[in-house]
Design a protein around this ligand. Structure first.
Ligand code: ASC
Length: 126
């Protein structure tokens, strides 16, 4: 899929960057920094959930580097569990965002962020 390891690293970082940008917009709404907008919430959540499916293909054999810890490759089963958790939580985020009320969004924002953080704590440097 990738011509060289650097492309895989750039790919996974790019997907995670886009995910973070859109998750941040949802956070601004959930935390009241910007007005709640149901359509924008749904659109942002869709991007987050779509991006959540992508980074993992960029962690193939021989693509060590970036901020990834060696544990990504040494503890592949655990890493996969975190991927599945992030995909599941971001899927629930779409459902919550489409509910059309800020309380549903707020309720799922925290658990989704926790799934991001849990993976970062074990598998990302700094
Ligand atoms: C974000 C972002 C993350 C998560 C994480 C949640 O907005 O970029 O990696 O939330 O900080 O704790």
């Amino acid at each position: 899929q990738f011509a060289k390891p650097e492309d895989a690293i750039k790919y996974r970082q790019s997907a995670l960057f886009v995910m973070g940008q859109h998750f941040g917009r949802l956070g601004a709404m959930a935390n009241g920094r910007v007005p709640y907008d149901a359509a924008a919430a749904a659109a942002n959540a869709e991007v987050v959930a779509d991006m959540a499916k992508l980074p993992w293909a960029g962690f193939g054999a021989g693509t060590e580097g970036g901020k990834a810890k060696p544990e990504v490759w040494k503890e592949a089963a655990k890493f996969k569990e975190h991927q599945d958790k992030v995909i599941a939580e971001t899927g629930k985020l779409v459902t919550a965002a489409k509910a059309g009320n800020i309380d549903a969004l707020k309720a799922q924002f925290g658990p989704t962020g926790a799934s991001c953080k849990a993976c970062h704590d074990s598998f990302r440097n700094q």
